[in-house]
Design a protein around this ligand. Structure first.
Ligand SMILES: NC(=O)c1ccc[n+]([C@@H]2O[C@H](COP(=O)([O-])OP(=O)(O)OC[C@H]3O[C@@H](n4cnc5c(N)ncnc54)[C@H](O)[C@@H]3O)[C@@H](O)[C@H]2O)c1
Ligand SMILES: [Zn+2]
Length: 346
């Protein structure tokens, strides 16, 4: 192994990413070195590519980007136990401190000191990734690397979808991006009665129907959600809402379509402050939960268990590219005409 590697880096504070030669990271006693096989492109990576206000205020330059990966352990820090060289793995891209109240009570995903791989620390768009052993999630043999590379966003979908009991419930998902579509698959798997997913992009809704054939897709730019509620025979509206678009119009529509006492989990990130009709939420006695990341490591446990027991999200991966063609991968992601895009590093 040479001590240099290929990496996709934000090298300059402007639009784009650049393929560079970077040193292979050196690991400390409680870290592992992972040879990266496949990575997923995330919406976050698109923000970093575009160098929007959030990215330029958050990401130091230079920064190797990327946080969705699957690979194989090639080196272990001297204090690492329970993992081995050659172990296939994915991993949690949120690095936490262990001294906060939340971490000490086992709620690692709520640690206020969380830093992001590929955002605040050098990332996974590289031939090698250094990760704390704590963050490694071993991959069972029956989960291929392509799925391993999208466990991070699947985890967002699982964390959000399992926020409330779904068994027998009528579920509305707003936003048929990759995460919304995977949440529809999870809601189905978890025993929801009706699963309705909305978008304003017909390609995305077609993909949703392809990945989860039993979901009712609704293009809210042309179709009235109220008609769909009647068509499905929902007397009072949806029991559970999963907001996965970041659009204020979608949230307004969701609140409107919920039953009294309905429950909403918010994953979508609005671009800025947006007005909310709180009286509507109060009078409907709606519970709202904000969702960030994945629960460490309960979400990982549940999603791997569901994948091993029939949950199939493989069709949400619409494109795979060799990493040298990363420009094509980012272009198709930005077009809005893709599901998940995977880059192959080997
Ligand atoms: N909270 C977290 O930890 C976390 C983690 C990952 C992603 N996110 C957020 O979750 C959301 C989903 O992620 P993604 O990668 O699937 O995003 P995405 O941008 O690919 O998908 C969002 C979808 O919402 C659709 N949309 C826009 N306006 C709509 C409307 N009025 N009604 C219905 N749909 C509408 C868009 O057409 C798009 O298909 C994003 O907002 C993302 O920023 C949050
Ligand atoms: Zn991601």
């Amino acid at each position: 192994m040479t001590n240099m590697m290929k990496a996709l880096e934000k090298s300059k504070p402007q639009e784009g990413l650049w393929m560079v030669q970077a040193p292979v990271p050196e690991i400390s006693q409680d870290e592992v070195l992972i040879r990266v096989n496949k990575t997923g492109i995330c919406g976050t990576d698109i923000h970093i590519w575009n160098w929007d206000d959030w990215a330029s205020a958050t990401v130091p330059v230079p920064m190797i980007t990327g946080h969705e990966f699957a690979g194989e352990i090639v080196e272990l820090g001297k204090d690492v136990e329970g993992l081995h060289i050659g172990q296939r793995c994915s991993g949690e891209g949120h690095l936490v401190e262990l001294d906060s109240r939340q971490s000490r009570s086992g709620k690692f995903h709520l640690d206020p000191g969380t830093r992001g791989v590929g955002v605040n620390v050098q990332g996974a768009f590289a031939q090698y990734l250094c990760l704390p052993a704590f963050n490694v999630v071993p991959l069972p043999d029956d989960i291929p690397d392509a799925i391993g590379a999208i466990l991070d966003p699947l985890g967002n979908a699982v964390h959000t979808a399992l926020s409330f009991d779904l068994l027998g419930e009528d579920v509305l998902i707003t936003g048929a991006g990759p995460i919304g579509i995977m949440a529809a698959a999870v809601a189905r798997h978890a025993g929801a009665r009706n699963v309705v997913i909305t978008d304003i992009n017909a390609d995305r809704l077609r993909l949703a129907g392809h990945v989860v054939p039993t979901v009712r897709t609704v293009d809210v730019s042309t179709e009235d959600l109220t008609d769909v509620i009647h068509e499905l025979g929902l007397k009072e509206g949806f029991d559970v809402g999963l907001e996965m678009s970041g659009s204020q119009a979608a949230l307004d529509q969701m609140v409107e379509a919920m039953v009294m006492g309905g429950k909403i989990a918010l994953l979508g990130i609005p671009p800025g402050k947006s007005p909310v009709d709180w009286s509507h939420i109060v009078f409907k006695a709606i519970t709202i939960k904000g969702v960030y990341g994945r629960e460490m490591f309960e979400t990982w446990y549940k999603m791997i268990a569901m994948l091993q027991n029939g949950l199939d999200v493989s069709r949400v991966i619409t494109h795979e590219f060799a990493v040298d063609d990363f420009q094509d991968g980012f272009a198709v992601m930005k077009s809005g005409q893709s599901g998940k895009v995977v880059l192959n590093w080997r």
